[in-house]
Design a protein around this ligand. Structure first.
Ligand SMILES: [Fe+2]
Length: 171
């Protein structure tokens, strides 16, 4: 089932909520694809977008936390790192899957993990940032270097056995 945006998920009525809404859109798109009959390339393309946008969003959130000296920054960063590690492992498995059936099984696991993780993380961790969002908003306005959406370079290598994570890391 798709995730729907609801007030309970609101953090800053700004860049963080925009990021979360976009992430939810990608997760829902991925979930729909896995549930239907999909083309390998289409699923891998959404998986790559998922990886990249999650990475961009975490960077933005952590940068804002640093700028306002958020007291729970270290623990929060650990949660992000933990998800990125799990995401990396599952995405590599997805790239290496030998059949559509196997991709579907891995894809379903990934969709479930993301739905649970994202909602839990927003509600239990991100919402703790609420007292800091006014300060964050001022910094967010100056953070042009973190573009809203990371565009993959034209020269990006085709998916290999090393998966999307390695490709993104090597940029
Ligand atoms: Fe977060």
């Amino acid at each position: 089932m798709a995730i729907s945006w609801r007030d309970e998920l609101a953090v800053d009525a700004g860049v963080i909520d925009d990021d979360h809404k976009h992430l939810i859109e990608i997760v829902n798109q991925f979930t729909d694809l896995v549930a239907g009959s999909f083309q390998r390339q289409a699923l891998l393309a959404v998986a790559r977008e998922l990886w990249e946008y999650t990475h961009v969003h975490f960077q933005r959130e952590e940068e804002l936390q640093r700028r306002v000296q958020y007291p729970f920054l270290v623990a929060h960063k650990h949660e992000h790192e933990d998800l990125m590690r799990r995401l990396e492992m599952i995405l590599d498995e997805l790239y290496d899957a030998g059949s559509i059936h196997r991709m579907q099984t891995i894809g379903r696991e990934l969709a479930e993990l993301l739905k649970r993780w994202l909602v839990d993380h927003i509600i239990h961790s991100d919402r703790r940032m609420r007292p800091y969002v006014e300060q964050m908003r001022q910094h967010a306005a100056q953070m042009n270097r973190l573009k809203k959406i990371a565009r993959p370079p034209q020269t990006r290598p085709a998916p290999t056995r090393s998966g999307p994570a390695a490709a993104v890391r090597s940029r």
